[in-house]
Ligand binder design. Structure first.
Ligand code: ATP
Ligand code: MG
Length: 275
């Protein structure tokens, strides 16, 4: 089992140049649980995740891991505790699947230590779990979008961190691979105690698979809590400008959002949205 690291955000302001994207945000991530961040395009979800993994320096405020500012921690030390799958990761040209997944082991190697059997096992397990073992010798550039996405997830898994941040891990995946990846993240959470924070656009999968939901709007938290507390008709209207109905998911009992459109009994609310 993992150590339950605490991850918290205090008065965080993020942006690019003069432009503020996240404004004075306070947030804490429940340790050992699955948290999903939802929100409209461009509301700041990826910006927030990047800053939580020290890829983006805050204008103000702190991201605290076990009380220490992540922006002050040595990169390798942080990478042994926290892994990030970015929204659009870029692979070195020509790299093979097994070499890319192997890069996930980099934080575990010392200055002079060689590749070990543990590294071999971590890579083989990650390939197995993501059903990408049969792609091991292929070049990343030659894979389909969904295959590539599963390889990136494998790389994040090989890193063996107690905290895993994933920015839209189900992008490009067909519906069965989406469920497979979310089941896999749930397995990791249950068996290793991994704390998971992910950005998801599918609100219904987010409600089903998360212990905790955070709805972001315009760089602020509009609502946070259990899926039942957050996924309400009012919240979806306010955050996405979408007329909708919420019913109980007949499989899980969690809230299930049915989008309405102008052709299916809904009203266009686009003008009520701020962005
Ligand atoms: N590198 C950058 N330089 C300047 N502005 C940026 C940069 N990255 C993002 N932005 C801007 O910051 C805002 C938030 O972007 P961000 O990528 O965090 O949104 P998001 O919520 O992840 O959206 P999506 O759902 O489309 O992925 C957007 O207006 C975007 O144009
Ligand atoms: Mg994004």
């Amino acid at each position: 089992m993992t150590t339950n690291h605490s991850l918290a955000i205090e008065k965080l302001t993020l942006g690019y140049g003069d432009r503020t994207v996240i404004d004075d945000l306070d947030m804490s991530v429940p340790a050992g649980r699955i948290t999903s961040i939802v929100g409209a395009n461009a509301c700041g979800k990826s910006t927030l995740l990047r800053s939580m993994s020290r890829l983006l320096k805050p204008h103000k405020g702190h991201v605290l891991l076990d009380g220490k500012d992540v922006h002050q921690l040595p990169p390798k030390q942080l990478a042994r505790m926290l892994g990030l799958l970015p929204q659009s990761p870029i692979a070195p040209e020509g790299i093979t699947v097994s070499d890319l997944v192997g890069r996930g082991r980099h934080p575990h190697q010392g200055l002079f230590s060689r590749w070990s059997k543990d590294d071999d096992k971590a890579v083989a397990d990650a390939l197995d779990l993501t059903q990408t073992a049969q792609l091991a010798d292929r070049a990343i550039d030659e894979l389909s979008g969904g295959q590539r996405q599963r390889v990136w997830i494998a790389m994040a898994l090989a890193q063996h961190t107690d905290l895993l941040l994933l920015d839209e891990p189900t992008t490009f995946l067909d519906v069965s691979h989406q469920v497979e990846v979310l089941d896999l993240l749930t397995d990791l959470n249950r068996t290793r105690g991994t704390t998971i924070v992910m950005v998801l656009h599918d609100l219904n999968l987010a409600a089903r698979y998360s212990d905790h939901l955070i709805a972001l709007a315009d760089g602020r938290i509009h609502a946070s809590g259990t899926p039942e507390e957050v996924l309400t008709e009012d919240c979806v209207r306010a955050v996405f400008g979408l007329d909708n109905r919420i019913i109980a998911d007949p499989v899980s009992g969690k809230p299930l959002m049915l989008p309405l459109g102008r052709h299916h009994g809904g009203h266009s609310l686009a003008s009520t949205r701020s962005r």
